[in-house]
Design a protein around this ligand. Structure first.
Ligand code: UD1
Ligand code: MG
Length: 471
């Protein structure tokens, strides 16, 4: 069996070791004085990066022996490399966020008890609110944090199950809905907010707030199903699963900082922290280590990939976004960062729902002569229904797919083939064949561009249809 290089070079070992020791020292330092959970979170993220980087390398061959491997269809020799490496990231991530628990919560847990586990010290809410430091969480937030861990653990187990047993599409679609149950229960107990703010022009008819009730929970479940699956189907070229997730994570963190930073930078203009500060800190604490493990994975998964991420990573990454979106109560903003995923899903819908045939793999084709990737196609072995054929022809005319026509026995021109309906193939239809890494860069920049425009619209133009932006 082919072996992958499991050894870290001397310079890699030295860099990882120095980073690890520096982060360890920073964490040790936070025990003195008041400490700062955000700094501790950054240091934990550094450790998570070192651990994932080293373990991805060390465990590659073990994964291959266990059958967790895949053929890289983007290369001539179809080399086999380890798959499901996202499981390493997910496990490292989970351990790190578990060890991190005391850092934002410890002081508050102690403040609310008189020792010995008795919760007999009665403190007024206000005293706790004003007495606590900006980056520490009230005790009640612990339930949210633990439910986040539970959901992420469930999705990791289910993701590994999928990578091991290749669960059927119609079944795996619902995997994330089960994993989201702990989140939804805590949301119910903790927030219970199921009303949405109505845009100003519609207020005379619907009022200022509109309570969606149960529908809001169904919406959140749908959001939990959509996000992980949408990342999994925006896949098939080296690096793209991780680079899109990293981009989304960085954009959410940018949005978090818009809420957290101003009171730090201009304390006189912002005497009170923003009411949503806790939610955005929560999001940062969960996203910093996610970013770290994802960078370690990307370094091994970028073209030419040495490992594959597996469905585990796609589900795990999607679920991290679901967790921060739901518990931070900003899932609607998150949709603006998922524009390419939403487009890819809608564009894929005819194949996903079998209006058109859907091959097992829709990833772009590798042209061994040029070394470039080209759109992959689906062949219509059975002639298409005339109505479907007409739709495909029109889509071909407006440049939404590449269509191949041929004459049948009766001399009629028939659609015999079209490019697979994924955003990756569409990019190749529009911009022509290209190298795999150029393609991955293009799509990652598209993700970043759409997300930045989305955030701009969210914060600058929201005022046009709502009375105020909540920044
Ligand atoms: C989803 C897509 C499928 C796409 C696949 C690629 C839908 C409905 N399904 O299926 O069209 O082909 O992801 O991930 O859109 N691979 C590569 N290079 C890469 C990444 C993956 O060659 O950079 C191949 C490897 O053989 C790997 C396999 O894809 O083993 C992984 O496929 P898997 O994640 O199991 O496919 P799905 O998620 O079911
Ligand atoms: Mg997949």
């Amino acid at each position: 069996m082919a072996q992958v290089n499991a050894h870290l070079s001397r310079s890699e070992t030295l860099s990882l070791l120095s980073l690890f020791l520096a982060c360890f020292a920073i964490i040790a330092n936070t025990f003195q004085g008041d400490g700062n959970p955000l700094i501790a979170s950054l240091a934990f993220s550094g450790i998570a990066y070192c651990a994932s980087y080293a373990m991805i390398r060390w465990l590659g061959n073990t994964f291959m022996k266990a059958g967790l491997k895949g053929k890289d269809m983007g290369r001539k020799s179809l080399p086999e490399i380890p798959e499901t490496m996202g499981a390493i990231c997910a496990v490292v991530y989970l351990l790190v966020i578990i060890v991190f628990i005391p850092f934002p919560f410890y002081k508050d847990i102690v403040a609310a008890t008189s020792g010995g586990g008795n919760r007999d010290v009665i403190r007024k809410t206000q005293q706790i609110e004003t007495g606590r430091f900006l980056q520490r969480f009230p005790h009640s937030k612990l339930a949210s944090y633990l439910s986040a861990i539970l959901s992420l653990q469930s999705i990791t187990i289910l993701g590994v199950g999928d990578d091991l047993f290749d669960i059927r599409w119609r079944h795996k679609l619902f995997i994330p809905a089960f994993a989201a149950i702990p989140l939804l229960i805590v949301y119910f107990v903790d927030f219970g907010v199921t009303s949405i703010v109505i845009p100003t022009p519609m207020r005379p008819y619907l009022g200022e707030l509109f309570d969606l009730g149960l529908i809001y929970y169904l919406y959140m479940a749908a959001f939990a199903i959509f996000t992980p699956n949408s990342i999994n189907i925006f896949a098939g070229i080296n690096g793209i699963e991780v680079s899109q997730s990293l981009t989304i994570a960085l954009l959410i963190m940018l949005n978090d900082l818009l809420y957290i930073l101003p009171p730090y930078i201009y304390p006189s203009s912002f005497p009170q922290p923003h009411p949503a500060t806790d939610s955005h800190l929560f999001s940062l604490y969960l996203l910093l280590p996610f970013t770290a493990v994802s960078i370690a994975l990307l370094q091994h998964n970028w073209y030419p990939a040495r490992v594959f991420v597996g469905d585990t990573y796609c589900y795990f990454a999607g679920m991290v976004f679901v967790v921060v979106g739901i518990l931070g109560h900003f899932s609607k903003t998150l949709w603006l960062l998922l524009i390419p995923q939403v487009f890819n899903f809608l564009y894929s819908a005819p194949q996903l729902f079998h209006f058109l045939p859907c091959p097992r793999h829709r990833l772009p084709k590798f042209n061994a002569r040029t070394g470039l990737r080209e759109p992959s196609t689906v062949e219509f072995k059975v002639p298409l229904h005339p109505l479907k054929e007409q739709v495909v022809k029109i889509a071909g005319k407006v440049g939404l797919v590449r269509v191949t026509e041929a004459k049948d026995e009766e001399g009629r021109r028939r659609v015999v083939e079209c490019s697979n309906l994924t955003i990756i193939n569409l990019w190749l239809v529009w911009f022509g064949p290209m190298r795999e890494d150029t393609l991955a860069w293009g799509l990652t920049l598209l993700q970043a561009g759409c997300g930045l425009v989305g955030l701009f619209v969210r914060h600058r133009l929201a005022g046009l249809i709502f009375t105020a932006d909540n920044l």
